[in-house]
Design a protein around this ligand. Structure first.
Ligand code: GLY
Length: 382
């Protein structure tokens, strides 16, 4: 109890510095606009320079998403100008050789959907509806899941898709067409029934028989193993199920998000930023952190705090603030003007030896999304 009291006192410090951090964030993003140009940023390694990833890669929506959120919050035209072309570029990529898949939600929600919401652009609406149809078309009826990836992975589903469901719920409301919601609900039910374990940890990849829909096995994926606890997977489930509750009002999803949240919070180390997998080894001391999991979970925790007003929501808000305070004070690049990212210490794919202890654009995005929520942002993309 005394420890919790200390943690809540620590978390409350963020409120005091929030306006100043929000200003600092705008200075940072203004600088990034010049530094990034037309790049589609994904990873920045030790030199602090973001790469330029192909446009069909799942991360292409996050940088424009940062810009649209700042435009929504500030009304400053230069954010809109910098964000404007991105859904046009994504649509163009759809007409070329490409590898778009289940992650079109990550790509079109923070580009076409929010652009249409903020500007009324009818072309952006067309692009967003196209992406929603593409996503719904990936539904496997027998197994009740959205198929992950392309090529030979016909029976695979992944927990990350919890976040893509918002595109379907958006389309259902926008088009007044319940088919999209039906697909979204059925996939979400599979997440609750099969991905989220009783202890609140999650499976990353589940393999189903694509014809019968029968569950075959859990695969380790980006976690340490089939029964490990990949922290970003948990953050996708936490934020994703909190979103599904917001769209549906079905408490099954609220309870699922809470179960993952409790596991996530209980596993956090002293500085409130998770290691890449909570079960990577007996001792996690030498394991890398993943700030992207921290940022995404913080945003999901803020959704839970909204969903549960008053005292019931307070623990989630305090947990989010504690994570965000740590990211702000220990893991941000405020004093490195040449660094093109906001956060350091993300982990992309540890088992593959890829992108360990780097900056990840989705970590930056969910940090901005979380800070905007703390500053009173009410629109929701995811
Ligand atoms: N959605 C892929 C990842 O979380 O790395």
């Amino acid at each position: 109890m005394a420890q919790l009291h200390e943690q809540w006192k620590e978390a409350a410090q963020l409120q005091g510095i929030l306006p100043e951090v929000w200003e600092q964030l705008q200075v940072k993003v203004d600088r990034m606009i010049g530094q990034l140009g037309d790049k589609s940023p994904h990873v920045a390694k030790d030199d602090g320079i973001y790469d330029d990833m192909r446009l069909d890669w799942w991360t292409s929506g996050f940088w424009p998403g940062i810009l649209w959120i700042l435009y929504d919050m500030t009304g400053k035209e230069h954010y809109k100008t910098a964000a404007w072309e991105w859904d046009i570029r994504l649509e163009r990529k759809f007409t070329e050789d490409n590898n778009f898949h289940h992650d079109v939600g990550f790509q079109f929600l923070p580009t076409a959907v929010i652009k249409h919401q903020l500007t009324g652009c009818s072309d952006a609406l067309r692009r967003a509806v196209y992406a929603a149809n593409f996503l719904a078309g990936r539904f496997n009826y027998a197994g009740k899941f959205l198929r992950a990836w392309n090529q030979d992975k016909r029976g695979w589903a992944i927990v990350d898709s919890s976040m893509n469901l918002s595109l379907l719920f958006w389309a259902a409301a926008q088009l007044e067409d319940p088919r999209f919601e039906q697909v979204g609900r059925m996939h979400a039910e599979t997440v609750v029934n099969h991905f989220i374990r009783p202890d609140g940890s999650v499976n990353h990849i589940l393999s189903f028989d694509p014809a019968s829909g029968e569950l075959i096995e859990s695969l380790g994926g980006q976690g340490a193993g089939p029964s490990s606890a990949w922290s970003r997977g948990a953050s996708w489930a936490l934020h994703g199920m909190a979103n599904v509750y917001r769209y549906t009002g079905d408490t099954k999803y609220l309870e699922a998000a809470q179960r993952v949240a409790h596991f996530f919070i209980a596993c956090l180390p002293e500085d409130a930023v998770p290691h890449w997998d909570f079960r990577a080894a007996d001792s996690l001391d030498d394991e890398p952190r993943d700030t992207s999991a921290a940022a995404c979970a913080a945003s999901g925790l803020l959704e839970l705090a909204e969903a549960l007003p008053g005292a019931a929501g307070l623990p989630y808000r305090r947990a989010a603030e504690r994570i965000l305070l740590s990211l702000t004070t220990h893991y941000a690049t405020w004093d490195e003007p040449n660094h093109e990212a906001i956060l350091i210490a993300g982990t992309g794919h540890k088992p593959a030896g890829q992108n360990i202890d780097v900056s990840l654009i989705y970590g930056d995005y969910y940090y901005v999304e979380s800070m905007a929520k703390l500053m009173g942002w009410k629109r929701r993309i995811f």
